[in-house]
Ligand binder design. Structure first.
Ligand SMILES: Nc1nc2c(c(=O)[nH]1)N[C@H]1C(S)=C(S)[C@@H](COP(=O)(O)OP(=O)(O)OC[C@H]3O[C@@H](n4cnc5c(=O)[nH]c(N)nc54)[C@H](O)[C@@H]3O)O[C@H]1N2
Ligand SMILES: Nc1nc2c(c(=O)[nH]1)N[C@H]1C(S)=C(S)[C@@H](COP(=O)(O)OP(=O)(O)OC[C@H]3O[C@@H](n4cnc5c(=O)[nH]c(N)nc54)[C@H](O)[C@@H]3O)O[C@H]1N2
Ligand code: SF4
Ligand SMILES: [Mo]
Length: 758
């Protein structure tokens, strides 16, 4: 009989959300002579998470074992997906994608890159290779239903879209959270395992938590103060807070940054109209409260203002993100311990490369979307125009689409329209774990290995971490027979799209990519390997036998701010160093980075950038309409859910249905709704029915429906999810409603009508 006791313990960072918790995974031998996961718990020794884990973390086992998870490529034949060999899938892609390129050119190709890309080392390192290789301007991603406004604000103010200050959670005395619910989401664009525990520690040391949200969220319940705000009006609240600081002489950016700021006078002038009295009707927050909040933030020993989804996915997302920086700057909290600080990413950070202290700055509009003329932002277009770009005929019409780790049919606006548009494509290929609402439209689905069969390093998320940390995890379980790694799939797809044929090896794109990375670095005047012989470095990297993401990561670690610089600093880090530290390496608390972090042409913090100041006019003009708007819809997240794709894990979806329409009791009476009954919710673009949950924990005039549900679609293979289908809230989101500065969709504050469903 096989010994069923633990045979091995592995450590691995959880890739499911941004918190990057360390996991301790016990394995035992299975009947087939392999290994199976016995138990997953928090890694007590992880340098960052110290044992914290949420209910999703242990489901890496369930995801790995999920019988619905795809293990072979799927091809659509006569409207049904059937399993095929990898060779068959590649041959078909070569033929069909090649056909589209031959007939219509590369301008007919498009790509949509979804959220889990940010959580996959393979996809992080190779999606850029793919996007370049496809050679099309039709690039879309989940960023334009998420954090793009934050990038735009940082780009204009600090010169780099990834120079994003994060709240120094472990040292702050006062935290204001707008439109985020870290007790459910575990934090976003602020990597902090056990965000709730860090908040509790702050309160234990006498700190204050204020939560601005139209819902009494879990986080708001834990707060010292809940400020109930009308959706979409955060920019007005922040403008009025900044106005108050200026008007009352409380604005003091501090000696540590003041010489590095330009535009303070322009800012003061632009904020003059935004008195608390002006902001009060639209925000639904009293002028006295706004003044008090301004005084509290300015008066606290240290304070940090932090905003997320509820501030970015609104009509004024970019301006709200900018005004968060403004409040942090005026209150003297930018770039100081306890305030809002810039991380120093150990690997792959754009603000640790190039000339420190100044740069080319940030601009948008290097192209316009073909149909609606939206400007390019960070090399992509608003995902809300994907459907029209597929449907509208003419030069540059999208005919073939590649999706990587994305489910836009549930995640992006006016989704019914997008679903119809996908059927008009000549060819669609998806790299995805599941046959779901989006991939059911694909001609070919290419499955990556499970999360446990892949290595990990949070290349993106550690750029926004509240401590400077590095943690690499090797794959826990081996690849299945014949299964390529995720990076090999992306690399090979890239080469096929470049016309290298179905038999091309993944190493072609890989070798090309590392070559470009190393040759670029040795040419960089400020790189630790400036002037070194690229071939020598490439040979040293090759000597380790590494390829793919590992080889790139090793290079990025070694040439990063804490790296060994290929011999320059023997104590510096490298992949070998991290392999010897399964619980990660801590490089300490965040340190001040002004001015070297800046990449503006002026070398200054541009506190009043033209496009954002100009947007204040649009904001002021919207105040009346915001104040009188009728019923609006907002979203919400649940701890046991992860966007659209983890509803096939039975332990996570069991219990009461969670896809309910939350309604305030007063509204329920007025609308004739009863708890447990059904409601019809209608917006400009669509209509859905959902069960009603009457609750005091939402502001009157606001209803809330979570996104990522709506799994009752034919032709998918997610049996558990189908039994807990819920409805797709993005049928209601309006594809025409966007923040014009970033192209980001309005997903919160959608005007709706609600009636009792018959
Ligand atoms: N468990 C779980 N964790 C997740 C995810 C998940 O789906 N489930 N998704 C991950 C992803 S991709 C992301 S981007 C992050 C997001 O992380 P968060 O930004 O923390 O996301 P939410 O939990 O949706 O919190 C948004 C809050 O904004 C509020 N809100 C809505 N409209 C407004 C408004 O106009 N103003 C203000 N001030 N508040 C408003 C909502 O009521 C809600 O409480 O979470 C990540 N973590
Ligand atoms: N109304 C409303 N809509 C929203 C939001 C909201 O708050 N309200 N939030 C928005 C936000 S913040 C985001 S980030 C987007 C998310 O939008 P998307 O990224 O489009 O959607 P996800 O639900 O994250 O779906 C991820 C897909 O990747 C697959 N997948 C999971 N892991 C992997 C992997 O490791 N590799 C590969 N190749 N595939 C994988 C899953 O099967 C699934 O198909 O949704 C947005 N949509
Ligand atoms: S909080 Fe996020 S990273 Fe941590 S265990 Fe849960 S899903 Fe994983
Ligand atoms: Mo997101």
């Amino acid at each position: 009989m096989t010994d069923r006791s633990t045979t091995r313990t592995a450590f691995r960072t959880c890739p499911l959300c941004e918190a990057s918790c360390g996991l301790e995974i016990s394995l035992r031998s299975d009947e087939q002579g392999g290994e199976e996961v016995q138990r997953i718990r928090g890694d007590l020794l992880d340098v960052f998470s110290r044992g914290f884990i949420c209910p999703k973390g242990s489901t890496l086992k369930h995801l790995h074992e999920d019988p619905d998870r795809l293990r072979t490529p799927m091809v659509k034949r006569d409207g049904r997906h059937v399993p095929v060999t990898w060779d068959e899938a590649w041959a078909l892609i070569d033929d069909r994608l090649g056909g589209v390129i031959a007939n219509h050119g590369r301008g007919a190709l498009a790509a949509y890159v979804g959220n889990p890309t940010a959580h996959s080392l393979s996809a992080m390192t190779f999606s850029r290779v793919l996007l370049t290789g496809l050679g099309t301007k039709h690039r879309f991603s989940a960023s334009t239903v998420d954090q793009m406004p934050r990038h735009v604000a940082s780009g204009h103010v600090f010169g780099s879209p990834v120079a994003i200050p994060v709240p120094d959670l472990d040292r702050t005395d006062y935290l204001m959270i707008l439109g985020a619910n870290p007790y459910a989401s575990n934090g976003s664009v602020c990597t902090a395992p056990d965000f709730p525990g860090r908040i509790e520690a702050m309160r234990a040391r006498g700190g204050k938590l204020v939560v601005v949200d139209p819902r009494l969220s879990r986080t708001a319940q834990e707060a010292d103060e809940w400020v109930s705000i009308r959706p979409g009006s955060d920019a007005l609240l922040l403008a009025a807070i900044a106005h108050t600081m200026l008007a009352e002489g409380l604005a003091a950016p501090g000696d540590h940054v003041v010489d590095h700021i330009v535009g303070l006078e322009d800012l003061s002038a632009a904020l003059l109209p935004f008195t608390p009295e002006f902001a009060a009707p639209a925000t639904g927050i009293g002028a006295d409260t706004i003044r008090r909040l301004a005084r509290e933030i300015a008066g606290a020993p240290t304070a940090a203002v932090y905003g997320r989804i509820g501030t970015t996915t609104t009509e004024f997302g970019s301006t709200a993100s900018w005004l968060i920086d403004v409040v942090n700057i005026l209150s003297g909290n930018l770039d100081r311990p306890g305030g809002s600080m810039f991380p120093t990413p150990v690997a792959g950070g754009a603000t640790t490369r190039g000339k420190p202290g100044s740069g080319r700055g940030f601009s948008v509009g290097r192209g316009q979307s073909r149909v609606s003329g939206h400007p390019e932002v960070m090399g992509e277009y608003p995902v809300s125009v994907l459907a029209e770009e597929i449907v509208a005929p003419g030069e540059g019409q999208i005919r073939a689409l590649v999706t990587v780790a994305g489910n836009p049919v549930l995640s992006t606006p006016n989704s019914d329209r997008l679903a119809e548009a996908l059927d008009e494509l000549d060819f669609m290929v998806s790299i995805d774990l599941y046959l779901n609402e989006t991939t059911r439209h694909a001609d070919v689905i290419l499955p990556p290995p499970s999360q446990l069969q892949r290595s990990h390093y949070d290349l993106l998320l550690l750029q926004f971490a509240v401590r400077n940390v590095a943690n690499y995890s090797p794959a826990v379980l081996p690849l299945d027979e014949g299964q390529p790694d995720e990076w090999e799939i992306i690399a090979k797809l890239t080469s096929i799209a470049q016309g290298l044929g179905a038999d091309v090896d993944a190493s072609v794109a890989d070798d090309f990519a590392i070559d470009a990375l190393v040759r670029g670095a040795v040419k960089g005047e400020h790189s630790p390997v400036a002037g070194r012989d690229a071939d020598e470095l490439l040979a040293e990297l090759a000597a380790s036998g590494r390829k793919g993401p590992e080889r790139m990561l090793d290079f990025m670690l070694r040439t990063g701010p804490f790296g060994d610089g290929f011999g320059a600093d023997p104590d510096g880090t490298s992949l070998d160093d991290l392999l010897a530290r399964p619980h990660g390496r801590d490089f300490g608390a965040l340190v001040p980075r002004i001015p070297e972090v800046l990449r503006t042409p002026s070398g200054k913090i541009e506190v009043a950038p033209g496009p954002l100041v100009a947007d204040l006019t649009r904001l002021a003009a919207a105040a009346d309409e915001l104040a009188t708007r009728g019923l609006v819809l907002v979203g919400r997240r649940h701890l046991r859910s992860n966007n659209s794709w983890m509803h096939n894990v039975a332990v996570l979806v069991k219990g009461k249905p969670r896809c309910t329409l939350q309604v305030h009791p007063d509204d329920a009476v007025a609308l004739g709704l009863v708890d447990g009954g059904a409601a019809t919710i209608t917006s400009r673009v669509g209509s859905v029915n959902a069960p009603v949950e009457v609750t005091e924990s939402i502001r009157p005039g606001v209803v809330s429906l979570p996104h990522g549900w709506g799994h009752d679609v034919a032709g998918t293979q997610m049996r558990v999810a189908a039994e807990h289908a819920g409805v797709n809230s993005n049928v209601l989101s309006d594809d025409k409603a966007i923040d014009p500065l970033s192209g980001t969709s309005v997903l919160n504050g959608i005007p709706v009508e609600v009636t009792a469903a018959v």
